[in-house]
Design a protein around this ligand. Sequence first.
Ligand code: AP5
Length: 208
Amino acid sequence: MNLIFLGPPGAGKGTIAAIVKDAYKIPHISTGDLFRANIKNETELGKMVKEILASGNLVPDEVTIKMVENRLGESDAKSGYILDGFPRTIAQADALSQMSLVDHVINFVIDRETILKRLSGRRVCKSTGRTYHILYNPPKVEGIDDETGEPLIQRDDDKEEAILNRLDVYEKSTAPLINYYKEKGLLIDLDASKSPEEIFEEFKKVVK
Ligand code: AP5
């Protein structure tokens, strides 16, 4: 099954993708995670995109499309995938349609106030990318990753100024994809304000 998870920053796409990945045995391909891995490993790509990610702006389409094309060419993506955070522009969606057939586009529907609460409380383990929330999904020991014991950090783009910019960028560049995929008959709305367990139950009902 080839899935796109579409939705504003902090809607819970990565959280639900982690559950769906295990349940359906398909890879979770997050363009944000791929960029962050490149930044951590100090690759040429990582150096190019570091400031862009910190500000909350979008990486240029050609760079992002090439990276996704390479990733979808790997063997584990042949039996299906969850694309989380891609496409984010009409140009990216047009490029994807040349690479692969998409079965469903899951649109995470959520209000701005909930997004702000989720992003400002998010903490991550830098080495594994595991995600927590200080209120909704706290680690066993405050500030420490449950499995690696490493200190948790706040993402650079989870600071207030970058969050507000990411929301503006979403409205301007990514929200038009809702109609784009609705017109293709691929869009499924999911109420993302519920708990992860409830969202996953709903997901199973709507995705056959
Ligand atoms: P990316 O990493 O994709 O960031 P994003 O889309 O802004 O998504 P987030 O990771 O912020 O949110 P999420 O929806 O996954 O929420 P999460 O599950 O973590 O992209 C980062 C940057 O990379 C972009 O700004 C851009 O610069 C670049 N980039 C990436 N893709 C690109 C592209 N295609 N083109 C160009 N540039 C690109 O949840 C958030 C918090 O809420 C967590 O703390 C979690 O614990 C909590 N939470 C989640 N679900 C629930 C729930 N149901 N109830 C309570 N709490 C919850």
